[in-house]
Design a protein around this ligand. Structure first.
Ligand SMILES: Nc1ncnc2c1ncn2[C@@H]1O[C@H](COP(=O)(O)OP(=O)(O)OP(=O)(O)O)[C@@H](O)[C@H]1O
Ligand SMILES: [Mg+2]
Length: 246
């Protein structure tokens, strides 16, 4: 099973949107996918239409439940979920008291056999949970909307991935299409500084918000749409990157 962490230092970048819709696109292409909601907000589960029911990732990381007990099907073909809930906020404090906490999620995921890909939706910031998620991943996908503050926070997440020795798949420019001068300037800067690392853009589309409300990835909610096409392309880029990884 290939494990991908979806990360950004800045909150609200689109980590959950990318996680859920990348999972949808990979599943539509025939992959068996498990989404790991490593965020106390539980937004990935909600966006897949699955309310968090115990046991969640919190019980797994606390050692009171196995991953097999926490993983469950969603309403969507070939997409399962390990939910996250508010208790995970406590893990920020509790986890570091355990021996080997850094690799706790990595070890737990090692017991899963039935999937081709695990997509780990991370919490914003660079705290304990994002670190544990990064350390569990084989590769990281970084999300960056074309605005100044997101661009400004890019180096810190790239450095965190490097320190954790997790190779970068690439940077996804997300929510592109405001057509402001500010956006144009940031996109130009992104291309100038990170051109070789940039993946296909995800457009700014209300359908992505509507899909989340409906609890469906865009591949299900609106399979013939620009947003669905963007995630289909992204899924192919992610699969090609994996194929190139030794
Ligand atoms: N491409 C897009 N087009 C339109 N809206 C988007 C797009 N990407 C994200 N959004 C919206 O932006 C908001 C933030 O996105 P999302 O929740 O995916 O970010 P996040 O990085 O997971 O946030 P957090 O840091 O809180 O976990 C949401 O309302 C989401 O629907
Ligand atoms: Mg999120």
């Amino acid at each position: 099973m290939h494990r991908i962490a979806v990360a950004a230092h800045k909150g609200g970048s689109g980590k959950t949107t990318v996680s859920v819709n990348l999972a949808g696109a990979l599943a539509a292409q025939g992959g068996r996918v498990v989404v790991v909601d490593a965020d106390p907000q539980g937004a990935a589960g909600a966006s897949l239409g699955s309310p968090a029911v115990k046991p969640t990732l919190y019980e797994v990381l606390s050692g009171v439940a196995s991953l097999q007990e926490a993983v469950r099907p969603t309403a969507h073909e070939r997409i399962d979920l390990i939910p996250g809930d508010l208790d995970l906020a406590g893990a920020e404090v509790e986890l570091p008291r355990q021996d080997g906490w850094q690799t706790s999620l990595r070890r737990a995921l090692g017991s899963l056999r039935a999937y081709d890909v695990a997509i780990i939706d991370t919490a914003p910031g660079l705290g304990v949970l994002p670190y544990v998620a990064l350390a569990a991943a084989d590769q990281v996908l970084v999300v960056c909307p074309p605005d100044f503050l997101s661009f400004r926070s890019l180096p810190t997440v790239l450095e965190a991935a490097e320190r954790a020795r997790v190779p970068l798949i690439g940077i996804v420019p997300n929510r592109v299409g405001a057509r402001t001068r500010h956006e144009g300037d940031v996109l130009a800067e992104l291309r100038a500084r990170h051109g070789a690392q940039l993946l296909g853009e995800v457009p700014r589309r209300v359908a992505l918000q509507d899909a989340a409300i409906a609890g469906q990835p865009i591949s299900v909610y609106s399979p013939v749409s620009e947003a669905a096409e963007a995630f289909d392309r992204l899924a192919r880029e992610v699969s090609q990157s994996h194929a190139r990884t030794p």
